[in-house]
Design a protein around this ligand. Structure first.
Ligand code: GLA
Length: 734
């Protein structure tokens, strides 16, 4: 059983294959956090907690003259407010009398088989073969009757614990929720811990940053209305000496696509608290009596094998338990060509067919018609919201165009940006009130577009109907779902003044409803997410889309960093990666090797390639198909860190049985008369002989991992190498 209640010591232990997570119903029924880390089974870990009078740290009234019990120093499972704990809180609620108090004490707990679900938000799921148990703990404030229900699901084999939170107003008056965190995790000593995050910007998403914990609150978050390019809802807390292969690492990944916040606070006693959830900025949610608020799910993992160990836990779990699309496991993804960098909005049906014909020679299976096919869209100043085919461009009609593409033996894909509206659009002219604009003020424009008020049901219904109509009337195989701005002018016409603090979150709830109404009703369509490249690349989005466009930056050398950072939590199988014209000095083959660290495709005008280039592309498309099981199902290893000085970047995919591997290297910097360099493989079986690229050359796993592979020196800049390693029958000693 993954969850055990020990009656004697009142501990609740969550047990996965390799980890234990323990809490205790402690003094005065406060819920304390005792432990998260390598398995200790259900041994009582409360011996670690020491109580002494610490001064200037308040004591609950019921402690009477006992001055050693203070929530300011006790490790808590869900930090509350106004109870003498001055560290960051997990909840801020304004009661009907105006007080900001929540005294949550344990009033109930339940252990059940299976995974909990949230009614309003996406979550991971359990497959039939998974052993999953759920714990639900209720904390009640006896005065306001507000309840906080903490939900935990334990995925035993996967070494994953998920958490979520529900707030239930059991009182008789409305309350206002101002902050609600999905995770709170206290560490008794955090002085020697680091926080790793994935900051970035447009075109440079998910770069990796690491900071030492110092005595203040370190915050990572987004207030852009989406999880953003600038930060990602994923953080790692790790030992100061943790490396790629060694050391304790804790991961926190939030299933939410809107504003989020992670706070890591090192307190006066060197204790560390991590909270993560919806960002409290402009968040003010009214809960009437009997109403329920759900906070998003957080997916937690622990590994003592450094960043690689942690990444593997997330990759394996997110590959199997996050997205139910059949393109995740059952069907191999096609090689696609996208029209954007080939033609931008300057295309018509004839041009698309020409690109498709040329691409077919390159082993491409799918043509994607990107932005520019709808309304009167000639540039980015108009037509968003008018999801009807532009007959001046697609003169033969969409269904006919798709048929022609299908006749070439190719599939057809299409682009949408559902959440946006142009001022110059029929939709805006008909329904200006559907746009997020504050009465009397002109809305902030970004790329000359505005956001629809996704919290409105009519808007959601309009999008579901108009987009489904397109999808149902032609043989559409693939959809790219884009969003190209951050939100501002947060306002909904249908909510009263005092409820405008709900709009950020209601936007996201509305978005998920639209995605349910379009994506889940089209199980045969392959969806790819996009937000000006890789903004909003988060697990909630990956619940809907099996793949996501990593970045608008297609430069293959920049891509090395982009793929490296993204891979800290997201599996390669989710990473949209294409070959484009970007990177003029980089050979086409190197671009292909880089794009094979993802879903592989093209983003260029295929008609401009020479026959020789088309032939090379065909070979690369075929190689990708050949290595697909290895890339999509194998273990991914970062062999070098592209953020550190070095002359090459390398990574590796290793099959689960470790019989086969693909090791890729890009020479990023040529030094004059430089030394011989070696790349060490990872994850092989030491005493097995591996052939290299099908030749007679073979080395033991041990040699490849410890001595490495010498990389040829006299090569042009940006040369790429791929080493396909295959287990031989012969053993090392034979
Ligand atoms: C975003 C996407 C691009 C392309 C354009 C179209 O920038 O990231 O790939 O789809 O929008 O406008």
């Amino acid at each position: 059983m993954g969850i055990v209640y020990n009656e004697k010591c009142r501990t609740l232990t969550l047990q996965t294959r390799n980890t234990s997570y323990q809490m205790k119903i402690g003094n005065l029924d406060y819920l304390l956090h005792l432990y998260y880390g390598p398995s200790v089974c259900d041994a009582d870990m409360s011996y670690q907690i020491r109580q002494y009078d610490r001064g200037f740290s308040g004591n609950p009234y019921e402690s009477r003259n006992e001055r050693t019990f203070s929530l300011d120093a006790q490790p808590q499972e869900f930090s509350t407010q106004q109870q003498g704990d001055f560290r960051t809180s997990s909840i801020e609620v304004v009661n009907s009398d105006g007080s900001y108090s929540f005294h949550g004490k344990v009033t109930d707990y339940q252990i059940q088989k299976g995974k909990y679900r949230l009614d309003t938000l996406p979550t991971v799921f359990a497959r039939e073969k998974d052993t999953v148990d759920t714990l639900q703990i209720t904390l009640t404030d006896q005065i306001s009757k507000v309840q906080v229900i903490l939900l935990y699901s334990v995925f035993e084999e996967a070494d994953i614990i998920t958490r979520a939170v529900r707030v239930v107003n059991e009182g008789t008056a409305s309350i206002r929720l101002k902050k609600i965190m999905s995770v709170c995790l206290d560490f008794l000593n955090g002085l020697h811990m680091d926080l790793v995050s994935l900051p970035g910007r447009y075109g440079q998403e998910r770069q990796v940053e690491r900071q030492h914990m110092t005595h203040h609150i370190h915050t990572i978050g987004s207030v852009r209305g989406s999880s953003s390019h600038q930060q990602n809802p994923f953080v790692i807390l790790c030992d100061r000496d943790a490396t790629e292969d060694h050391g304790n690492c804790y991961g926190f990944s939030l299933m939410y696509s809107g504003n989020f916040l992670a706070e890591a606070e090192l307190d006066q006693y060197d204790q560390l608290r991590l909270v993560m959830g919806i960002h409290p900025k402009q968040f003010d949610y009214e809960l009437k009596p009997q109403e329920i608020f759900e906070g998003p799910e957080a997916v937690m993992a622990f590994s003592r094998d450094g960043f690689t160990g942690l990444s593997h836990l997330y990759h394996d779990f997110y590959r199997t338990n996050l997205c139910a699309s059949k393109y995740v496991t059952e069907i191999q993804r096609p090689v696609l060509i996208n029209s954007w960098e080939a033609a931008f909005m300057d295309f018509d049906d004839v041009k698309l067919l020409e690109i498709a014909k040329a691409a077919r020679k390159m082993g491409v299976d799918l043509l994607v018609m990107d932005d520019g096919w709808f309304g009167k869209r000639e540039d980015d100043n108009s037509s968003l919201g008018d999801w009807v085919v532009n007959k001046d461009k697609i003169r033969c009609g969409l269904d006919h165009l798709v048929e022609e593409i299908n006749k070439l033996g190719m599939k057809f894909g299409i682009w949408f940006e559902p959440e946006m509206v142009s001022e110059d659009s029929d939709l805006y002219r008909a329904h200006p009130e559907w746009t997020m604009e504050i009465p009397g003020r002109r809305a902030v424009r970004s790329r000359n577009q505005m956001a629809l008020d996704m919290s409105r049901k009519e808007v959601q219904d309009y999008l579901i109907t108009s987009i489904n109509q397109i999808l149902d009337n032609a043989n559409i195989f693939y959809v790219k779902w884009d969003i190209n701005r951050s939100l501002a002018d947060i306002w909904s016409n249908v909510l009263p003044a005092e409820r405008q603090g709900e709009v950020y979150h209601r936007y996201i709830l509305g978005l998920y409803r639209v995605m349910d109404g379009i994506i889940k009703t089209h199980p045969d369509i392959l969806f790819e997410g996009c937000s000006g490249g890789g903004g909003r690349y988060d697990p909630a989005m990956l619940h809907y889309y099996p793949q996501y466009w990593v970045s608008d930056n297609n430069h293959p050398i920049d891509r090395l960093k982009l793929h490296y950072g993204t891979s800290f939590v997201y599996p390669v199988s989710t990473m949209g990666a294409h070959i484009s014209d970007s990177g003029k000095l980089v050979p086409l083959r190197t671009k292909a090797v880089v794009a094979m660290c993802g879903t592989f495709g093209y983003e260029l005008d295929a008609t401009h390639l020479t026959e020789e280039e088309q032939k090379l592309c065909k070979e690369q498309s075929e190689l990708f198909q050949k290595y697909y099981p290895l890339i999509f199902k194998g273990d991914y290893y970062r062999l070098t860190n592209p953020f550190e000085p070095g002359n090459m970047t390398a990574w590796q995919h290793v099959s689960k049985d470790r019989n086969e591997a693909l090791l890729s290297v890009v020479v990023t910097n040529l030094t004059c008369n430089g030394p011989q360099e070696y790349i060490r493989a990872k994850g092989l079986i030491p005493d097995v002989m591996y052939s290299v690229n099908g030749s007679k050359e073979a080395h033991s796993g041990s040699a490849l991992m410890n001595a490495g592979i010498p990389i040829e020196r006299e090569v042009p800049e940006y040369t790429a190498f791929q080493f396909h390693l295959k287990k031989q029958e012969q053993t090392v000693n034979a």
